[in-house]
Design a protein around this ligand. Structure first.
Ligand code: ADP
Length: 168
């Protein structure tokens, strides 16, 4: 019997990708064979890094995960509904990370609404790991703006991209 490939779709802003996102991506290898990381582009939601920069960063920093686990990773931008992008990516599951109760309330509501829109997709939540649970891209950007060290939260490529974007 031909082995089936299970594909997941992991949507987010990734502005920039953090060790928290990387933890979820690496651990998704236990759930899916292939992961499509979707960089959402929303008119009106102002990002610090361009979509192309975010995609390039994700590609660069996830390469070791593929080498280590065999998880196939593709990175793409998407506009509009995550469920539509997930279907286009031939995903059967949407992967999301859960940090705390505010993530929980928001994420469960979104999973239910996405489930109504696309009943064939299942949202799978991975609980944040203890070491990376506190990391949020928005706070990391604030720290960087104020000259703080972001090495605990970001891979070096993302630190450099953030520094360059902020010095512009
Ligand atoms: P969004 O703008 O959709 O919140 P993010 O880039 O902030 O996009 O996050 C994308 C996904 O990654 C969400 O499911 C979010 O909960 C999860 N996530 C973000 N940071 C962490 C972290 N430190 N640990 C685990 N999951 C995280």
């Amino acid at each position: 019997m031909a082995a089936m490939t299970r594909t997941g779709f992991y949507p987010g802003s990734f502005d920039p990708i953090t060790f928290g996102h990387l933890d979820i991506i690496a651990r998704s290898a236990r759930v899916v064979d292939k992961l499509v990381v979707g960089v959402g582009i929303h008119e009106g939601k102002q990002a610090l890094l361009t979509a192309d920069q975010r995609v390039a960063l994700i590609e660069a920093v996830t390469r070791p995960i593929t080498e280590h686990s065999g998880l196939k990773i593709a990175v793409a931008t998407f506009k509009g509904l995550a469920v539509e992008a997930a279907k286009q990516a031939h995903a059967t599951v949407i992967i999301r990370g859960l940090r705390d109760s505010s993530d929980f309330d928001y994420e469960v509501q979104m999973a239910q609404m996405n489930g109504s829109l696309a009943p064939e997709l299942e949202t799978v939540f991975l609980a944040a790991s203890q070491a990376t649970r506190m990391i949020a891209s928005s706070l990391v950007k604030q720290i960087a703006r104020m000259g703080g060290d972001t090495a605990l939260f970001l891979p070096s490529e993302a630190q450099a991209a953030l520094r360059a974007a902020l010095s512009r």
